[in-house]
Design a protein around this ligand. Sequence first.
Ligand SMILES: NC(=O)C1=CN([C@@H]2O[C@H](COP(=O)(O)OP(=O)(O)OC[C@H]3O[C@@H](n4cnc5c(N)ncnc54)[C@H](O)[C@@H]3O)[C@@H](O)[C@H]2O)C=CC1
Ligand SMILES: CC(=O)C(=O)O
Length: 307
Amino acid sequence: MSVSGGSIAIIGAGSVGSAIAYSLLLRQVVADIILVDIDHDLCQAQVQDLSDATFLSNVRIRAGDFQDASKADIIIITAGAKQKPGDTRLDLIDRNLKILKSILRSLQPIRSNTILLIVANPVDILTLFAQRLSGLPKGQVLGSGTLLDSIRLKRIIAGKLKVADTSIHAFVIGEHGDSQCVAWSTATVHGTPLLKVLPLTETEKDEIATLTRKKAEAIIKVKGFTSYGVAAVTARICEAIIFDHRQVLPLSHWQEELDCCLSLPAVLGRDGIISSFPLHLNEAEQAFLEGSAKSLRKVIADYKEDL
Ligand SMILES: NC(=O)C1=CN([C@@H]2O[C@H](COP(=O)(O)OP(=O)(O)OC[C@H]3O[C@@H](n4cnc5c(N)ncnc54)[C@H](O)[C@@H]3O)[C@@H](O)[C@H]2O)C=CC1
Ligand SMILES: CC(=O)C(=O)O
């Protein structure tokens, strides 16, 4: 991977923001990484620590302010409260919507062709608010969504089949949260329908889907947060944008028919979401997806005065 000349700003230099910076630095996605946090001492300390790793790459890392960040090729928002054990992601909406709004105000005027990547939770709701409040075209505002959940799912399936994760094509769709669902009928192993090579009963499918959905909760219960998985996923998203990969990834983006942002496969490139990629769900999966959208719209309706 070669270093492009671009820059990425990360707003929020806590566990997730610093892990993302570390992934971007090791992958050499851009030449400049800018960290921004209201806790200036923490931000400086993270930069100092990360700068000890830059000997492995040609990447520069520095602390900056919102105006520096507003000029970056990609602005990643990780700032916000995290779940305590037992919280759902949706429980964070009050605090994190206020933080998002204040960040979007501080970023103005925002570079017109920047890509805004939301990672803070609840990611689907914050992505929708960022689309409405940033002034950017919808395709330039996306959320990391269920790419992380899909990676977790593929890991479990790969373990059962004893093949590499990269040979599995399977999507978790809908909310990055409790109403997500697995698109089992579309999953393949190197082109062969997954359920033909791994015939799973309904109970087994439910067990895998539950393990996937509850993985974050299990990690948070012990270490208090998750960071490495989302950092790797975010680096992958940034690579697809900076290098215009046109990769198909399950990301949170605007869904006209469902009237909300949630994850379905999308083609990702330098301009952000180029298009949604059609996924032919069966009736039950379509009903689950619509249920997920309905639960997100219900939350959005409670906050409509913030739009
Ligand atoms: N989408 C995903 O897959 C994942 C999302 N997350 C989410 O990422 C968020 C961050 O998690 P952590 O890094 O573990 O939390 P953290 O508490 O370690 O870091 C949050 C940082 O945001 C900063 N911050 C707060 N308000 C700010 C503002 N207005 N401007 C700039 N910085 C501000 C804080 O000072 C703090 O350093 C949470 O909402 C968490 O749920 C975490 C893991 C995975
Ligand atoms: C915390 C979170 O959203 C995750 O690890 O999936």
